[in-house]
Design a protein around this ligand. Structure first.
Ligand code: SF4
Ligand code: FES
Length: 403
């Protein structure tokens, strides 16, 4: 009997995206393979969220062209595919930004998403960190062609911390997955079908679960906003900082959004895809409502460092970071001595005298100060207020009566 030849699947699949070839483990989606290459070729994703199981496949912003299905069957796929839901095959060739078809389709998807979405970026709390706003700048058209009545909903407070602005919702389901996968008791979901679809709390129950605040972070648009932050500030005026505290419910690792000493809001730490970061063990660092909504004092936190923000983001405007410190020749010059030693002016200077401490004088030093009267001071004309002291005419360098 002829021996059955079993072909082992290759350890890794080779995939080419926008002319860049990479090897990825079987089972990787095209979107994640593209993310491994980098943000230049990664398709946008409005509904996929790698930390939420089963997310993706709803918004169609991640469509790509598959120019060759695999080495075994190199025929192109007849339609564009959702890259967040399509696994790579060995030898697959994918076109994202190099495909006119893809860019054209993405333009259409953005136009669809904006049919009902209000153009209220100037007053929306999500402005500056809204994925739809970025997408419309990159792929949108200047004008709308839609002439029919748009969907509009009344704003609704769902729970003490979250406000739902359903008119802005793009029905990506991310918040539903957060409620399903992070909280014990999901009380909201998408009700009805098609144009009538609506995110709503079941029989008007409020979302009060300890981790419900994470829904705000995953919402790609301004549909779910933080009621403790709404209309308080624009994100690009705030300075984000990584901070942590000991928390018995969550990891306690957050981003604080400060203006001066005031903490305006607390969010999860985000990665370059706008998703919550993983910790060193690969676990997403979701945060609890206590850290997010109740710890709004800088003293509640241990500040680590300024959060690094993508330099293309409007939030990074006016943030400066020195990545590489310039070489400091002082150490070598001082032969290992601490530069602070130089600060002892009395020891180093021939002019300044040991017993004269200028920082302790209440006025300017005079000749007397250095000639035996170390506490003697003169007058500073600008310190004398009008009508005070010996000169009742006031102080003025042209006034001969000025001391
Ligand atoms: S509220 Fe936000 S997160 Fe929830 S479905 Fe709508 S757009 Fe997505
Ligand atoms: S990100 Fe793939 S369909 Fe939404």
């Amino acid at each position: 009997m002829a021996e059955e030849i079993k072909k082992e699947p290759p350890a890794n699949f080779k995939i080419t995206i926008d002319n860049i070839t990479i090897e990825v483990p079987p089972g990787t989606t095209i979107l994640n393979a593209a993310r491994m290459i980098g943000p230049e070729v990664a398709p946008p994703a409005m509904c996929y969220y790698s930390k939420l199981k089963d997310s993706g496949g709803k918004c169609r912003t991640c469509l790509v062209e598959v120019a060759a299905g695999s080495t075994a069957d190199p025929r192109p796929m007849p339609k564009l595919v959702a890259s967040c839901r399509t696994n790579v095959m060995d030898g697959m060739v994918v076109k994202n930004v190099t495909s006119e078809k893809t860019l054209d389709a993405r333009k259409g998807v953005v136009e669809f998403l904006l049919i009902n979405h209000p153009l209220d970026c100037p007053i929306c709390d999500q402005a500056g960190e809204c994925h739809l706003q970025d997408l419309s700048y990159e792929h949108g058209v200047v004008q709308t062609r839609y002439e029919f009545k748009r969907r509009a909903f009344v704003r609704e407070d769902i729970g003490p911390y979250i406000q739902l602005h359903m008119t802005r919702c793009i029905l990506c389901y991310r918040c539903v997955y957060v409620a399903d996968q992070l909280t014990d008791n999901r009380v909201h979901g998408i009700l009805d079908r098609g144009d009538h679809s609506d995110i709503s709390t079941y029989i008007s129950k409020a979302i009060e679960n300890d981790f419900s605040g994470n829904m705000i972070d995953v919402c790609p648009v301004g549909a779910l906003t933080d009621r403790t932050f709404r209309f308080k500030n624009r994100v690009w005026f705030l300075k984000p900082m990584d901070a942590h505290r000991d928390c018995d419910k969550c990891c306690g690792k957050v981003t604080l959004w400060n203006r001066g000493d005031e903490v305006y809001r607390v969010t999860t730490r985000k990665d370059q895809w706008g998703e919550v970061q993983n910790d060193e063990n690969g676990k997403p660092m979701w945060i609890c409502n206590n850290c997010r909504f109740d710890k709004k004092q800088t003293s509640d936190w241990v500040i680590e460092k300024p959060t690094s923000i993508n330099r293309h983001s409007v939030i990074s405007a006016n943030h400066y970071q020195v990545k590489v410190m310039p070489h400091d020749p002082l150490d070598k010059l001082l032969n290992g001595r601490s530069p602070l030693l130089l600060m002892d002016i009395h020891e180093e200077s021939k002019v300044n005298q040991q017993d004269v401490h200028l920082d302790e004088l209440f006025g300017p030093a005079t000749g007397k100060t250095f000639n035996g009267e170390p506490l003697a001071t003169g007058h500073n004309v600008t310190d004398i207020k009008e009508g005070v002291g010996a000169n009742t005419q006031g102080t003025d360098s042209t006034n001969p009566g000025t001391h």
